[in-house]
Write a new protein. Structure first.
Length: 168
């Protein structure tokens, strides 16, 4: 009787390879999720900076600040189309803008220009899309809230009182 030489992999060898791939995936997935959250937070900070820049440009034309993201977009295309609605969902964060202290005299083509504004970005799912919330005002500084309170952006009152934490 002639013994045939078999070629290929045994079931045990394939199971070992699948187990190794599973272990590597289990190690890599949490790091990938953390990187995605970090990217979402960087996008939210970028949105806050874009709003600050847009408001400064708007104030040069209107002598005040826009009350809504839509106004920043329609009056002079000061923000990109992904920030043209209020609120906007972008990269796992809800971005909103509110204007305050409406000016009595409005410049031409300007609607609802105010003396102050407050913008915030809060994660849609705390711990999944982000762990921090962000806010900014006409001063241009971006503040954040993290930890257990990371789902709620710093309020205008905490920013005005000087108790909010600025981004370093």
């Amino acid at each position: 009787m002639k013994i045939r030489e078999s070629k290929g992999f045994t079931l045990i060898e394939l199971l070992i390879v699948v187990a190794i791939i599973g272990i590597i995936a289990a190690i890599a997935v949490p790091g990938l999720l953390r990187a995605r959250m970090s990217g979402n937070e960087a996008s939210a900070i970028g949105s806050m900076r874009a709003i600050n820049t847009a408001q400064q440009n708007y104030s040069q034309m209107c002598n005040g600040y826009a009350a809504t993201l839509n106004e920043l977009y329609t009056v002079g295309n000061y923000v990109s189309p992904d920030l043209k609605t209020d609120p906007t969902v972008k990269s796992g964060f809800t971005v909103t803008l509110a204007g305050f202290l409406q000016l009595a005299a409005q410049a031409p083509n300007c609607n609802n220009a105010g003396a102050q504004y407050y913008a915030k970005a809060e994660p849609l799912n705390l711990g999944s899309t982000g762990t921090r919330s962000f806010a900014t005002t006409e001063q241009g500084t971006i503040f954040y809230t993290g930890g257990a309170g990371g789902g709620v952006a710093p309020t205008l009152a905490t920013i005005t009182a000087g108790t909010a934490t600025p981004i370093q």
